[in-house]
Structure formats: C-alpha cells, structure tokens
Design a protein around this ligand. Structure first.
Ligand code: DHB
Length: 474
C-alpha cells in the first residue's frame, strides 16, 4: 500500500483519497475512504514525520503515532454514502489535529452490478468494520494510533457509530466480511463512539415514539409537507404502542424503572433531569437574557421553572406540545405501508421493503381483529403482517442494546461512548438514546450523555467539547 498524498492548504493537511478497504468490493465507489492527516505529522515528501509534536492546538501534544483517529461516516437516512470530503461536519477534526478517516458504505438503496440489493442491513456496518480492519492492517504505513479509533456519525450514522462500538469482533459479521474480502486477520473493535442523535433500537422505536409524542395526534414532517392527523385506527394503535413501552424498558433491567403510566419512575425523571440540565447550561451561557428567554420559552405556560441557578422541566407532554411538536405519523418507523427508510433498510432480495418490528406487528394484528371497521382499515391498511424468525434475528443483530446487554457478551464493546442530541429532535424518541446510555452504564462502560438545548436533529454539540472529550479519554 502506497497512499498518494496530496497537500491541502485549508486546513493545513495531506489527503489520500478513495482508498479501497476490501479486496472484493460490491460497490467500489462506496466501499472506500479518504484519509486526512494534519500536515504536522507529515514531511513534504509524503513520509510520516514521527518526531514532530507540534499539534495545531498548543494545549495538546500528540505525535504521529499517538494521535487519535476519527472514523467519520456521513451516513444519513440509512442511505448509501460516498466517503465525504471535508465538510462543515468533519473539517474541525483535522483543524484540531486529529487524523480523519472519512469512510463510505453501502446503504438501503444500493444494488450490485446485476441490479440486486447489496446494501440492506447489516451491510453498512459490515463496511465500516472492513474499514477498521484495513486501517489496522496498514497502521505502520499511516500516521495515527489505530488503538484509538473514535467513530463519529449523526442520526442513522449515529446509530452506525453506536453499533460499531457495540459489536467489536462479533462473529456474527464474519461471513459478510469474508464475502467482500475484508482483512480477516485483523480486529474490528474501536476505542470510542461519538453518537449524535442515534436512530437506533429500531425494533422498539415505534413504541418509544408513541410513548414520547402521545400528546400530539398531528404530525408535521417538514415545512414542505402538509400536517397529517391520526385517524381512529392510528390513535388506538398509538395508545397501544405507548402502553407497551414501560414493560419493554423494564425488561431491559437498566437500573432505572419506567412507571406503568409512562410518566413516572426514575427512567422518566432521569430523562427529564437531562432535559432540564440542557436548558440550565444554555441559560448559564446566556445569563444576560436568561429571564427573558425563559419567559418567551414558556409562552404563557408553566413548562419551565427557573430560579436563576437551575432550570427544571418535569412534564414531557407539555414539553412536546409547547416546544417540539411531532414529526412522524404512527407507526413512525415500521410504516403501515412499508414507506419508511427503515422498511427499505430491512428489505431482502425478494422484497425491497419489509416489516421488521415484532412488537409493532403483534399489536397491529390484535388491533385489526378488534377494530375491523374503522375508516382507515377499509382498504388502506395492509394485510396482517408477521415477522419471520430470520427478520427477528436480523433486527436484533442491528440493535446495539442486544450486544451491550447480552449476558454472555459476544462482542468487545468500546470502552468510551459520548451521546449528544438536540433538545428539539423529533426524529426519534429521546428514550432511544437515553436507554442506550443507561445500558452502557449498566455494562460498566464509560458513557457521557447530554441534550443540547435548542437544536434539532443534527450533530448537536457546543464548540470544542468533542475535541476535549477525545483528549480526555485518549
Ligand atoms: C435519519 C432520520 C430519520 O428520521 C430516520 O428515521 C432515519 C434516519 C437520518 O437523518 O439519518
């Protein structure tokens, strides 16, 4: 391997582009990565400079062999993605002196040369793993510490990051890795995972969504689309899904319970405490306007209590109604008509879109028997749907909780996680990332969880905090 390094003045770095990370790629343009190296770790002739300790940040001193490697995936909506060039979301990693590996992967719509689906779950994860293995194989020819790989992704990419962290060296993925000619003698565990608003626990995400957003029956997906109101069938469906969530959460033994009414227990109060902390931090950074901000945010309600030191929000339903709104219809992930990203992600060679949530399917079956005559069920509802055992297994293996909470621990879990989401994020329930955080804690993994006030579904963070976290764990 001889990377062809090209110099880029902004930020001061070298890049080697479109490196293939497996020997039998199905989609070579996707199964590739770009490697960006801060110029301080390179000599002008493209050799690694092992002696320089001049980081772009004066307060830290990494060398070419100790500098952490940020493995950035630009996956969104479970789509395929080319390795991203330097963009707003990843440029600062290089500017802060980290090695950046920007990796591409197959996705829900990918097809092979015969037009057959090639990127359904779990292929995006398989590709990221193949990338990790390739980097380990070639670590002596590259700047960076490949025992300090920090994965970063947002949304579906955040879910991938959580999975990459949870599934290290799992045998489940070996046949898929073999198929694409990955480096089979290398490990694919990582050191740390940064997950921005991860859209994960897909097989229970419908329950979680109705649990969180039950105060609203009208959803507004985007400014370009008309709001959609639930019909009687969907209202009943929504209630049933929400009611099923506490039993699911409690079955995980996270060390925090959710009360049967869904609005009590330390799972609920703990999450609302995280929401409150996020506003407290925001107000303390804006002390001058804090009182006025609270007044305007409250908009005539008593949603927020603020005593000048601490903000407190305890009512999730009011919070949803006043502050966030509802984005998705019911069910939100395993769509009634197979219309979601996730239905496509779980497709097969025979059916490009599939149902995947056993919990949603079970409730649907019961309601269809109980509610045969509602307006929605006349014509527009699908036939009863069932989930095959293969699909159940596949969905489970695409859920980080399955590995983290597994008593027999079939994988090597990243020792450090950092989870961030915007306090206005309505793409999935807050409880999805919160339960991931609690599961990690219960498994003895160092996990840092916070909401970032006022932001929506994005790589929600305060400036400089990600780099400080990487420094602190590395
Ligand atoms: C993403 C957003 C979603 O609402 C979803 O269901 C899946 C993925 C995303 O932005 O990646």
């Amino acid at each position: 391997m001889k990377p062809e390094w090209k110099y880029l003045p902004d930020p001061d770095c070298y890049v080697a582009e479109d490196i293939s990370y497996c020997q039998a790629p199905v989609n070579p343009d996707l199964q590739a990565m770009h490697i960006y190296v801060p110029a301080c770790y390179m000599k002008p002739d493209g050799q690694i400079d092992f002696n320089n300790t001049n980081s772009p940040r004066p307060d830290v001193s990494y060398t070419a062999k100790t500098v952490p490697v940020i493995l950035y995936n630009d996956i969104g909506g479970y789509s395929e993605c080319r390795p991203a060039g330097l963009i707003d979301r990843n440029k600062e990693f290089v500017a802060n002196g980290f090695v950046l590996v920007s990796i591409g992967a197959r996705g829900r719509q990918s097809v092979d040369e015969n037009g057959s689906p090639s990127g359904k779950a779990p292929m995006a994860l398989v590709d990221l793993k193949a990338g990790v293995r390739w980097l380990r194989k070639h670590q002596n020819e590259l700047p960076g510490n490949y025992d300090r790989i920090v994965s970063v992704g947002t949304s579906a990419g955040g879910a991938m990051s959580s999975l990459l962290g949870a599934t290290g060296n799992s045998e489940y993925f070996l046949p898929y890795l073999e198929e694409i000619g990955a480096e089979m003698d290398e490990r694919d565990d990582i050191y740390a995972a940064q997950c921005y608003c991860p859209i994960t626990d897909l097989d229970h995400a419908d329950l979680a969504y109705e649990w969180m957003f039950q105060a609203k029956a009208v959803s507004t997906r985007s400014a370009k689309e008309l709001p959609v109101a639930m019909d009687d069938f969907c209202r009943t469906f929504s209630t049933g899904l929400a009611e099923a969530y506490p039993a699911y959460i409690n079955s995980l033994s996270l060390g925090a319970e959710l009360g049967a009414n869904g609005r009590s227990g330390n799972f609920y109060t703990g999450l609302m405490e995280k929401v409150s902390q996020s506003l407290t931090k925001f107000l303390k950074r804006n002390v001058r306007w804090a009182d006025q901000l609270v007044e305007e945010l409250n908009a005539g309600t008593d949603l927020i209590c603020w005593d000048g030191e601490k903000a407190v929000i305890t009512d999730l339903d009011k919070y949803v109604r006043v502050f966030i709104g509802r984005m998705k219809p019911c069910p939100a992930f395993d769509g009634l008509n197979l219309e979601t990203f996730e239905n496509q992600e779980f497709g097969t060679v025979d059916n490009l879109r599939e149902h995947f949530s056993a919990a949603t399917a079970e409730l649907f079956g019961r309601l269809q028997d109980d509610l045969p005559n509602t307006a929605a069920s006349e014509g527009s509802l699908p036939e009863k749907w069932g989930i095959s055992t293969e699909m159940l297994d596949r969905a489970q293996h695409f859920n980080p909780l399955y590995y983290i909470l597994s008593p027999e621990r079939k994988s090597d879990i990243a020792p450090h996680y950092r989870i961030r989401l915007g306090s206005k994020d309505a793409d999935t329930s807050f409880s999805i990332s919160y339960s991931l955080y609690l599961a990690l804690q219960s498994a003895g993994i160092d996990a840092d969880y916070a909401l970032v006030w006022g932001l929506g579904h994005c790589n929600a963070d305060y400036p400089g905090e990600f780099a400080a976290w990487v420094d602190s764990v590395c």
